[in-house]
Ligand binder design. Sequence first.
Ligand SMILES: *Cc1c(COP(=O)(O)O)cnc(C)c1O
Length: 373
Amino acid sequence: MKKILLSSPHMSDAGYEQEYVKEAFDTNWIAPLGENVNKFEEELAKYVEVKHAAALSSGTAAIHLALKAAGIKKGDIVFCQSLTFSATANPIIYEDATPVFIDSEGDTWNMDPVALKEAFRKYPNTKIVIVVNLYGNPAKLDEILEICKENNATLIEDAAESLGTIYKDKFTGTFGDYGVFSFNGNKIITTSGGGMLVSENEERIEKVKFWATQAREKAKHYEHKEIGYNYRLSNICAGIGRGQLKVLDERIAQKGSIYQIYKNSFSSIDEIEMMPVPINSKPNHWLSVALLDSKITPLELVEALEKVGIESRRAWKPMHMQPVFKNYDFINVVSKPVSEEIFERGICLPSDTKMSEEEQQIVINEVIKIIKL
Ligand SMILES: *Cc1c(COP(=O)(O)O)cnc(C)c1O
């Protein structure tokens, strides 16, 4: 039997990606920058309705440069959502700053605004907050932004998983002062690897592009006044991105339908419930995640599914539980942290847009069979 995957790259049937890549070959615009990079920035910015964008080599690079654009300094405290992928938090450490992890809330699975307020009471001088829109679900971005404004803090929105998600009529990634997208292989669209930083602030985005190209000053020789990075996206990868952007709406519709089928199929099963859809939102449903309430643990289910050729994965393990971050503070306002509960009970089900309805039915039947054991 063919393996059913969690979320794999899905190029357009029309072959748009190859056309843009071919264009780059034909003009020998393989590297460094070029038309595809400029156009990919323009087209993505237009899609999410933001003014400025910088195409970068990864989402992680985008978070790193967002922190620098926000003026991070050694020793600064940064509030960071705990339930996320480590790439959200690692760049805080690159800058010798100190993360303080914030718990999630049940409605969205993202940063709890009440816990964020509590964090500002404990660390009132904090100037940077990183919120995440996990699995494509938006955080309560308006409330989070309001709390940041009251405290004169910069909001960085890690929208790596939520490209195309709408919250209160606005695209995620455009609420914060900076928005981060990822085009890693498993994301809703991919450039094989890549990222984008977006902002309304033109001056900061220009500065990010400067840092991302080795901080080379405008001079006839190589002149450097600041430390730079090699973080730009290649013109080839940007070509793939331009093609993928054309099928983003189609992918969102497919992912939404996958979520809905799981939701309907499990509605009468007590041992499993699907992740919530936050109010006032239209998620991109990047991954469909379920919470188990059965004798079978998520790990046992992952292993049992693997035996029948179905790829699934446990939910993110919160950063405050990670050995590498064990010395940092964690703020929660309920006795059993929501992020820990999601980790203990969550399983990411196959959400691959190449999966057929028949294959999804196989997944559903297997899941029900296993959790009912
Ligand atoms: C994928 C991801 C990133 C990192 O993106 P890369 O392009 O892989 O560097 C950051 N944050 C979250 C939440 C992600 O899922």
